[in-house]
Design a protein around this ligand. Structure first.
Ligand code: ZN
Length: 291
């Protein structure tokens, strides 16, 4: 089962989050039939989504992440809900590139390096929070480290990894280290040495549980634990939401499609669930909307 563990060290001036999201990414791979490269790109972004949605305080608050690097994968979209519930899609899920010169999946080449990350947080305030930062290398981890540090003024180190097999996820997750005000320079340099161990997070998570990773790298510190969270891949689509999309097509277009196909069918981008509307159902929907 996926788990997201958080704790603070160094007089609560360093927040560490360790996430195992294998099942969450596995679900995304199966829903979207992702190539390995797409699994890595979307999977890493889903881990960030789970991490960021921890800040949401209730069901009404929402998070939306777009990674648009101009590469062959197209846009990556991840939405987050309270309790680290995430869902997402990538525009071109089957794109596969040759391995890069280091013999690794070319995630940066597939995401692209000419673009931006954009984050919108609807926290129930008058205006949603919106942040944006340029893509650094398209490998997702450093792109978000830069986003947190520059756009949210939260110095952060981000390590992400997804190990995808044939149509399944073998390991996925991330380690986030964030520096809070009051952190001493010597503590920061000690953390820099620690995060240098996290260059291959997918291998680390394949061989160790989250508890073992924490034990291995953080057991020498005085740890202040925070409650665990369980990330999940969950879609929140419903027939009533899809009805709104049918209504927004307008009566003429909806009936045109219905006449051509015998029905109107819409597919949820996040979970591939299909919603079908017969002519009779359109009659009821539009007369209800007009009434
Ligand atoms: Zn859905």
């Amino acid at each position: 089962m996926d788990v997201f563990k958080r704790f603070m060290i160094f007089d609560k001036t360093v927040l560490v989050s360790v996430i195992d999201a294998r099942e969450t990414v596995d679900k995304a791979i199966k829903i979207h039939s992702l190539s390995r490269t797409a699994a890595a790109a979307l999977g890493r972004t889903l881990v960030v989504g789970a991490f960021m949605s921890e800040q949401l305080k209730d069901e009404a608050q929402k998070l939306s992440i777009t990674v648009n690097g101009g590469g062959p994968l197209g846009r990556i979209v991840v939405l987050g809900d309270y309790g680290a519930k995430v869902r997402g899609y990538v525009e071109n899920p089957r794109v596969e590139l040759a391995l890069n010169s280091a013999g690794k999946l070319d995630v940066g080449g597939a995401v692209g390096r000419e673009g931006y990350i954009s984050v919108i947080k609807d926290l129930g305030l008058k205006e949603p929070y919106s942040g944006r930062s340029p893509i650094i290398d398209g490998e997702i981890a450093d792109d978000f480290a830069y986003y947190f540090t520059v756009s949210e003024q939260q110095p952060s180190s981000v390590a992400l990894g997804v190990l995808a097999g044939d149509g399944e996820c073998l390991a996925a997750g991330g380690i986030f280290v964030q520096i809070m005000p009051g952190c001493k320079d010597e503590w920061i340099s000690e953390m820099e040495k620690t995060v240098a161990n996290f260059t291959r997070v997918s291998a680390l998570l394949k061989e160790n549980t989250v508890d073992e990773i924490i034990e291995k790298y953080f057991s020498s510190y005085d740890v202040f634990p925070l409650p665990d969270i369980r990330p999940t891949y969950e879609c929140t689509c419903s027939r009533s939401r899809i009805e709104q999309i049918v209504l927004s097509l307008g009566k003429d277009e909806a009936y045109d499609i219905c006449r051509q196909n015998g029905f109107v069918e819409l597919t949820c981008q996040f979970c591939n669930k299909k919603y079908k509307f017969t002519e009779k159902e359109l009659d009821a929907l539009f007369s209800c909307a007009e009434g």
